[in-house]
Design a protein around this ligand. Structure first.
Ligand code: FAD
Length: 382
């Protein structure tokens, strides 16, 4: 045996799982086709939003509350600042299902918040332009995460606790059997007791049963210069999500006293082969993003100084896939985070470690079970 547990893909979820597995004292061997904290996949672009008032479903709130604690723990163990809770605002028409979901999550979990009319929002956060039919929800337990530093911190901590990682090692094949799992890379075989597949956009290649349920979407990020820097600092500008009929603008304050990052992807391009992600952003994409920035956040110079693309694996219902797939032995899958996984990654690491070591977890993850997607599919061993 090369290790008790093998981790395939040491990106967002894989790094956190390695940290949590190493904390449990099991031997763990991770593999990534690239280096640690690279920008060729789902994590990258300097910031991610942390939100607790959750429009993707109130079933995530307990996971997010726990995530907040685990972010602090990783900060303490690594000595790095990873999550700054500077608050968050969500803007949209109260009739939108996302806004109603957000309000449902507030009511169900008594979350700290404020609801502002367009006039109140203008007085408090003049950076945002709201129309008369929109409201603003302020989420106190929201903030900015530093994604690359988070991954590097989790991996560093895992290595300090005895975990091993093979970087620049692409896994070609995984063969599970009753007694363990054989992992194949570069004509070499590794043998582990159990395996965790956290391959992000590439997960479908390692999991034929779910390939059709995992669509890889390209997500463009752009960076803008503030006209008045003071308005966009971490103290004065909460993270935001502004939802419209034909746009979804999200972003973070300037974390380095320079640019404000925003994402607006009215329509996503599907990525056929994740290894050939188109990082280059077209002029048309830049112009569309600029138009919304000009309208919605007029205090930014609307022409991005930089724009680049990332990607994430998405499922049809927008929920990730977490757990074992029937008939595939000694294997736990954790993928399909559908554009909202970073904030919950430390908990996902803990859940992975629970499932791999104890065979169960106390976290509420029924809605994430792979069974919801594989039930009707013929099972083919990978
Ligand atoms: C632009 C953008 C903005 C986002 N904004 C937010 C946000 O604000 N808040 C939020 O919570 N979430 C956000 N998300 C979502 C979040 O970033 C993702 O859900 C999360 O990073 C997915 O993590 P992952 O571990 O599944 O994938 P990744 O982090 O991509 O990790 C997968 C890893 O597997 C490795 N790998 C794959 N195949 C192999 C192989 N065969 N052999 C070896 N290694 C392999 C890859 O190299 C990679 O390192 C955003 C996503 C994008 C793209």
């Amino acid at each position: 045996m090369d290790a008790d547990i093998g981790v395939i893909g040491v990106g967002t979820m894989g790094s956190m799982a390695m940290w949590q597995l190493a904390r449990k004292g099991v031997s763990v061997l991770g593999f990534d086709q690239y280096g640690t904290g690279h920008d060729r996949s789902a994590a990258g672009g300097e910031t991610r939003l942390f939100r607790t008032v959750y429009f993707e479903g109130d079933e995530y709130v307990p996971i997010l509350k726990e995530a907040k604690k685990l972010w602090s723990q990783l900060e303490e163990e690594s000595g790095n600042t990873l999550l700054t809770l500077n608050g968050g605002v969500m803007i949209g028409n109260p009739e939108f299902v996302e806004m109603q979901n957000a309000i449902k999550s507030i009511k169900k979990f008594d979350l700290e918040h404020e609801i502002l009319t367009p006039e109140q929002a203008k007085a408090k956060y003049p950076q945002h332009h709201l129309t008369s039919d929109e409201i603003m929800i302020y989420d106190k337990n929201a903030g900015v995460i530093r994604p690359e530093l988070s991954i590097v911190s989790a991996v560093q901590r895992a290595e300090e606790l005895g975990a091993r990682i093979l970087r620049y090692t692409k896994i070609e094949k995984i063969v599970p059997d009753r007694d363990g799992v054989t992992i194949v890379a570069n004509d070499r075989e590794y043998r582990v007791g159990k395996v965790l597949i956290t391959a992000g956009p590439w997960a479908g290649n390692l999991l034929p049963q779910l390939k059709d349920s995992l669509i890889v979407k390209r997500v463009v990020l752009s960076w803008y210069a503030p006209k008045d820097m003071n308005q966009f600092t971490i103290e004065n500008f909460p993270v935001f999500a502004h939802l419209g009929i034909d746009f979804k603008l999200t972003g973070t304050p300037t974390v380095d006293g320079s640019m404000v990052k925003a994402s607006n992807n009215p329509s996503f391009k599907v990525v056929g082969d994740p290894s050939t992600l188109e990082k280059e952003v077209s002029l048309e994409e830049v112009q569309t993003a600029s138009q919304f920035i000009q309208e919605k956040i007029p205090g930014l110079v609307p022409h991005p100084v930089r724009a680049t693309a990332y990607m994430d694996a998405c499922t049809p219902d927008g929920h990730p896939i977490v757990g074992e797939v029937p008939e595939i032995e000694n294997t736990v899958f954790m993928c399909g985070f559908s554009g909202h996984g970073f904030k919950m990654s430390p908990v996902m690491g803990k859940i992975a470690a629970d499932l791999l070591v104890e065979g169960k977890t106390s976290y509420p993850i029924d809605h994430l079970s792979p069974k919801r997607l594989v039930n009707d599919l013929p099972l083919v061993k990978p």
